[in-house]
Design a protein around this ligand. Structure first.
Ligand code: 5RP
Length: 255
């Protein structure tokens, strides 16, 4: 199902052309419109999800929404949510989440996603996988024909123990694919300073110059079979809807 709404700069109260940040905020606010009092909400991570946190916090503070419980997908989101007054809990206490709202790095036409540029893919996948509805909020630049096709990484969270061995296994899996490359995510380009996730793991970024070709479920299974891999950033068949804000086309909701 596809719902499209025209959006004009005037509708946002601003005479200026919409910036990418405006689009992220519009998509986020549209998702927060779905929140009802008493819901358990999965709180995403990233610059788009941050707009949803601000909006949710605002509605809670003004008493428009009551008895909301937020389940944060990262330490950063936890701190942000706390700062804007969203009551927090976790999956142990609330294993059933009513609605999760999060951004994505890429969305394909079948609503498969790549996530994890912020390194929060594991907690995101756990919480969004436990959600009755998972609403993805993006600006139009995130839409791709094929996952991996935007040139951004497909992240894989790996345990630090012998990470080079695990990276080698990942390389073997995609050997011979033109334009494939992979590397350890680092804080300053130096392997001596790997980026560390909230779960104290490392991230190996996979790059597919021409996008990922082949059966995504088979590729997902093959990655997860490698001992040392914790999780990857392909979210297949998980999103229940995607809210896309675009400069020309307005807001499009795909369900
Ligand atoms: C973090 C994520 C983010 O949701 C994704 O990277 C999109 O972020 P942004 O809204 O800043 O573009 O998966 O792990």
């Amino acid at each position: 199902r596809l719902v499209a709404e025209k959006l004009s700069a005037a509708a946002t109260g601003s005479p200026a052309p919409l910036s990418q940040e405006d689009l992220k905020r519009i998509a986020a606010h549209r998702a927060v419109d779905l929140v009802e009092s008493g819901m358990v909400i999965g709180l995403g991570t990233g610059s788009t999800a941050a707009h949803a946190l601000d909006r949710l916090g605002d509605l809670i503070r003004r008493g428009v929404l009551r008895d909301i419980v937020g389940i944060p997908t990262s330490k950063k989101t936890e701190a942000h949510a706390r700062a804007v007054g969203i009551p927090l809990s976790d999956l142990d206490a609330h294993p059933f989440v009513d609605l999760a709202i999060d951004g994505a790095d890429e969305v394909d036409p079948y609503l498969n996603l790549v996530k994890g540029r912020g390194g929060s893919l594991l907690r995101e996948k756990m919480i969004e996988g436990a959600s009755r509805r998972f609403v993805v909020i993006v600006d139009e630049t995130k839409m791709v024909n094929v996952l991996g096709g935007s040139g951004l990484a497909v992240p894989v969270e790996v345990i630090p123990f012998c990470w080079k061995f695990t990276l080698g296994k990942l390389r073997q899996l995609f050997v011979g694919i033109p334009g494939f490359d992979l590397k350890l995510r680092t804080d300053n380009g130096d392997e001596k300073t790997p980026s560390v996730t909230d779960n104290s793991n490392y991230v190996v970024d996979l790059y597919f110059e021409n996008g990922i070709s082949g059966d995504l479920v088979e590729i997902s299974d093959a990655i997860l079979k490698i001992v040392g891999v914790v999780e990857h950033g392909m979210f297949l068949g998980m999103a229940t809807s995607v809210i896309i804000a675009g400069k020309e086309g307005g807001v499009t909701v795909i369900e």
